[in-house]
Design a protein around this ligand. Structure first.
Ligand code: SAH
Ligand code: SF4
Ligand code: F3S
Length: 435
């Protein structure tokens, strides 16, 4: 048998790309590839890319530049671009960077094995179709080998919402849900391989309709799997938070008390211009209902500052919404013009205005995050231990609220959910003692 070929995959962007990278590695595993942690000894390099903001896309080209010398030293090295930049730019990538051999979109990577044959024979391979055949039917079932205690599982892809700033509906296509029985089978395989916590993924995961009762229906099916201890889901859209899902937060023990529910802005004028189809007020009322179901829920969000036309008053509306909701965790971005989206046509705000607003917004969010973490001190939480810490005897895991928690503990806690008392908070993690 010939020595295995080495595959180096670098992943950018959201968790859905992390999931896709795993599946691409599995697909190429069938062609004799094993993963390597460095590009230096690779026979194939794949960049799984993100197109969400300008900087994310530009990074791909600068990274490709760095591989030039590797290609010069090893002419057999094949370089591929996958993910959302691949979908958005297609052939342009090969024109701009001719050393790229392969371009594959997020909906066609089940065809990678055939594309690999093509590039090995010296051809270029390009596939950015939205094919009729479902990639999940073609992909092999998940490998049986032992894996870590947490896993992502994509259940829904694509987006029909068309927020005025966002490329996702163009790069990922229309909303599609995987049938519940397939998802359940994949979840069972993951649990058999040692997984204790599954995060269900989708660009609009709560728009899932692969089960008659939507995402809540799927969650209740997964709840029945013995050995699966925790269920999470991300990312949700406010308009798809239905009653059954809200209720599940109060009644399903395996569903963790953490919710990422982006609002983007607190100004109704801007929300309208963003085509979000909800108001600041309706979002706040929604949060009240979710918190009534699960009072200790930790809420996370996404914010964009400097959307075209955003005034100081609009920005202040966002600040008040944040003060009213109080976030335990959040992500915030300067608006970034994306070619082809409706907002790209509008006059842009000056960079210094955006920078100033982002700083003020992040200071407020940081303060709330730190308050939330400080409030954990003295409390007992359940931690799923995932890995050894940097200091000997230290183990690291996540609480129900997705806080990183470290504690002195024996190595056999790895993969287990254990009770921990929080004794100290620091900016990015919590220190606990094993109970
Ligand atoms: N489907 C998810 C998130 C998709 S992208 C949702 O609807 O919430 C993740 C985040 O990136 C978005 O929530 C938004 O805050 C940010 N984002 C998307 N497009 C952007 C742009 N053009 N400029 C700045 N931030 C953007
Ligand atoms: Fe983008 Fe809006 Fe769809 Fe989220 S809901 S992926 S922000 S278009
Ligand atoms: Fe980026 Fe595509 Fe995800 S644009 S955020 S990798 S869906």
């Amino acid at each position: 048998m010939s020595a295995p070929k080495k595959l180096y995959i670098k992943t950018y962007g959201c968790q859905m790309n992390v999931y896709d990278s795993e599946r691409m590695a599995e697909a190429l595993g069938g062609k004799g590839y094993v993963e390597t942690k460095t590009p230096d000894d690779a026979d194939m390099i794949l960049l799984n890319t993100c197109h969400i903001r300008e900087k994310a896309a530009e990074k791909v080209y600068s990274e490709l530049g760095r591989f030039k010398h590797l290609k010069a030293e090893k002419p057999d090295l094949k370089i591929g671009v996958a993910g959302c930049v691949a979908q958005a730019e297609g052939e342009e990538i090969i024109k701009r960077q001719p050393m790229v051999d392969l371009v594959v979109g997020p909906q066609s990577y089940h065809r990678l094995p055939a594309m690999e044959d093509a590039v090995r024979s010296g051809a270029k391979a390009l596939d950015t179709d939205f094919p009729e055949d479902d990639k999940f039917d073609t992909l092999k079932t998940r490998a049986k080998g032992k894996r870590g205690p947490t896993a992502f599982l994509t259940v829904q892809e694509g987006c029909d919402k068309f927020c005025a700033f966002c490329v996702v509906p163009y790069t990922r296509g229309a909303e599609v849900s995987r049938p519940a029985d397939r998802v359940i089978r994949e979840a069972q395989e993951l649990v058999e391989a040692g997984v204790k916590e599954i995060t269900l993924l989708g660009q609009n995961v709560n728009a899932y309709h692969g089960h008659a009762r939507g995402l809540a229906g799927l969650i209740w099916e997964l709840d029945k799997i013995d050995g699966l201890e925790r269920i999470r889901f991300t990312t949700s859209h406010p308009n798809d938070m239905d009653d059954a899902l809200i209720e599940a937060h109060g009644t399903c023990d395996k569903l963790m008390p953490y919710l990422h529910l982006p609002v983007q802005s607190g100004s109704d004028r801007i929300l309208k211009a963003m085509n979000r189809k909800h108001s600041g007020e309706s979002y706040i009322r929604l949060i009240e209902r979710i918190r009534a179901a699960r009072p200790d829920l930790l809420l996370s969000g996404d914010f964009i500052v400097g959307f075209p036309g955003e005034t100081e008053e609009d920005f202040e509306d966002t600040m008040s919404l944040i003060r009213e909701v109080h976030y335990g965790q959040a992500y915030s971005f300067k608006y970034s013009t994306r070619p082809g989206t409706p907002a790209a046509e509008k006059p842009q705000l000056p960079e210094d205005v955006m920078n100033d607003r982002l700083q003020r917004l992040q200071a407020l969010l940081r303060e709330q995050q730190q308050q939330t973490q400080a409030a954990m001190v003295g409390r007992e939480v359940k931690v799923l231990f995932e890995k050894a810490g940097r200091e000997t005897g230290q183990m690291i895991g996540k609480s129900e609220y997705l806080h990183a928690v470290y504690a002195e503990a024996p190595a056999d806690v790895l993969g287990q959910v254990r009770a921990v008392r929080i004794v100290e908070d620091s900016p990015n993690s919590l220190k606990g003692v094993l109970l």
